[in-house]
Design a binder for this molecule. Structure first.
Ligand SMILES: Nc1ncnc2c1ncn2[C@@H]1O[C@H](COP(=O)(O)OP(=O)(O)OP(=O)(O)O)[C@@H](O)[C@H]1O
Length: 217
C-alpha cells in the first residue's frame, strides 16, 4: 500500500517578514521527494512545520488524516535536523537499539563501525556520527522521514552508500530530502521542488532549477 504525506497552505511569518506564503509539497512511499532552494528561503522551517516542531499556518495530512503535531507520532514521521541530534554519551549500540535496529546489520553495511558497538557517540568523527543518525532515520520503521542536509559532512563514499540506502528503503518509506549538494538530490529524487520567495515550485524539467536561479547544471 502506498502512503501519502501532503502539506499545503503553509504560511510562516517572523515579525513583519513573511518567510513562507502558500508553500506546499507531496511525498509518498515508493519515492524520494527533493526540496531545493537558496540559503534562507525556508527549507528547514518547512521541514520543522511538517514535523510540528515549528508553529505556523498549515495543513499537513498523512493518508488524509490531519497531523498537527507529527513529532508525537514517530511511527508515522521522523525528522533529522541539519545538526547532530543523538546525545554524545550514548553508545553506538544503544542509539541503534533506540531506533529498533540491530547493531550487527549496521556494522555489516558500514564495516568502519565493526567492533565499535560500545563506543560513545562523542568518540565518533562528525561524519561517522552523521552516518549513524542517518542510518537510524532511514532504516527505522516510520512511514516517512524528513532529512535536512543528510549529505553534508559525509565523505563521497559515504554519500553514495546513504543514497543506496535511501533508494533501497523507499519502497517502504517516503523521504523528503533537502541539501545544497544538489547533484546528489537530483540523482535520487522524484518529484523535486524548488522553494523561491516563500512558494514551492514543482520542477518539471531540470533546466527549471537554472532558470529559477538556484544552480548551474
Ligand atoms: N526563530 C527564528 N526567528 C526569526 N527568523 C528566523 C527564525 N528561524 C529562521 N528564521 C529565518 O527564516 C528564514 C528561513 O530559514 P531556514 O533556516 O528555513 O532557511 P533555509 O532555506 O533552510 O536556509 P539554508 O539553506 O541556509 O539552511 C531565514 O531568513 C532565517 O533567518
Amino acid at each position: 500500500m502506498t502512503h501519502h504525506l501532503e502539506a499545503d497552505s503553509i504560511r510562516l511569518q517572523f515579525g513583519d517578514r513573511t518567510v513562507l506564503s502558500g508553500a506546499w509539497l507531496k511525498c509518498s512511499t515508493g519515492g524520494i521527494t527533493g526540496l531545493l532552494g537558496r540559503n534562507g528561503q525556508g527549507k528547514s522551517c518547512l521541514l520543522k512545520i511538517i514535523h510540528g516542531s515549528l508553529d505556523a499556518e498549515k495543513s499537513v495530512r498523512i493518508d488524509g488524516s490531519a497531523q498537527f503535531a507529527a513529532f508525537r507520532r514517530p511511527d508515522l514521521l521522523q525528522y533529522g535536523p541539519q545538526f547532530h541530534f543523538v546525545p554524545g554519551h550514548l553508545s553506538v549500540a544503544r542509539v541503534l537499539d533506540d531506533f529498533g535496529l540491530p547493531y550487527a546489520a549496521f556494522a555489516e553495511r558500514f564495516p568502519e563501525f565493526a567492533g565499535r558497538e560500545r563506543h560513545r557517540v562523542r568518540q565518533l568523527s562528525g561524519g561517522e556520527r552523521r552516518l549513524l543518525e542517518l542510518y537510524g532515520l532511514v532504516m527505522s520503521p516510520s512511514l516517512f522521514a524528513l532529512l535536512d542536509e543528510p549529505f553534508t559532512h559525509l565523505n563521497p563514499l559515504q554519500i553514495e552508500k546513504v543514497k543506496e540506502l535511501l533508494v533501497e528503503r523507499k519502497a517502504h518509506k517516503g523521504f523528503l530530502v533537502t541539501d545544497h549538494l544538489y547533484r546528489h538530490v537530483i540523482d535520487i529524487c522524484d518529484p523535486l521542488y524548488l522553494l523561491v520567495d516563500g512558494r514551492t515550485h514543482l520542477v518539471k524539467q531540470l533546466e527549471d532549477i537554472e532558470t529559477m536561479g538556484y544552480a548551474r547544471l
